[in-house]
Design a protein around this ligand. Structure first.
Ligand code: ADP
Ligand code: MG
Length: 159
């Protein structure tokens, strides 16, 4: 029940490749959470993911705005950063409107608001290795995300 998948990135371009693979398989209501130290590559991943779903605007770290909304080709794209959020503040933002809406959401520093996260989501944890190495561990919560990870393992993207 606690399947996990891994991906080794050796460059920002490798990180972008994983983001594109997931972006190409995006669906309405998709939620991906990203946790990892500053500089691990969360925003790098988010930018490539956004481009893959057709966002034309530049996507920056939403640390000070908390939530930024963009238009993708088929879905709205919501980029969130919970770094500065307390649980009480998060409660006021009405995040469920986003999580259970028709858009695709990427949430950086998700663990800060863990109790508010929906049960179905793709949890991604990033670890920094030496210099340009980044290790991604993906934990699918729910059958849609499990199928997605299994498909990516099938085609050799994930291990
Ligand atoms: P975060 O949002 O997690 O704080 P960023 O994506 O803003 O991280 O920054 C990651 C930094 O690390 C960038 O400067 C990027 O060029 C660098 N970097 C080096 N190697 C990688 C890699 N394999 N994947 C992602 N970023 C990398
Ligand atoms: Mg960031």
């Amino acid at each position: 029940m606690f399947a996990s998948f891994s991906y080794e990135s050796r460059s920002p371009e490798d990180t972008a490749r994983l983001a594109r693979q997931l972006g190409e398989r995006a669906f309405a209501g998709m939620l991906i959470t990203l946790d990892g130290d500053l500089g691990a590559g969360k925003t790098t991943f988010s930018q490539a993911f956004a481009a893959a779903i057709g966002v034309k605007e530049p996507v920056n770290s939403p640390t000070f705005t908390l939530i930024k909304e963009y238009e993708g080709d088929a879905f709205p794209f919501y980029h969130m950063d919970a770094y500065r959020l307390s649980l009480m503040e998060a409660d006021d933002l009405g995040l469920d409107e986003y999580f259970y809406g028709d858009g695709v959401t990427l949430l950086e520093w998700a663990e800060r608001i863990e109790p508010m996260l929906p049960p179905e989501r793709l949890e991604m944890r990033l670890e920094v290795g030496t210099e340009n190495e980044r290790y991604f561990t993906l934990y699918p919560h729910g059958s849609a995300y499990l199928k997605l990870c299994m498909a990516l393992r099938q085609n050799g993207v994930l291990q």
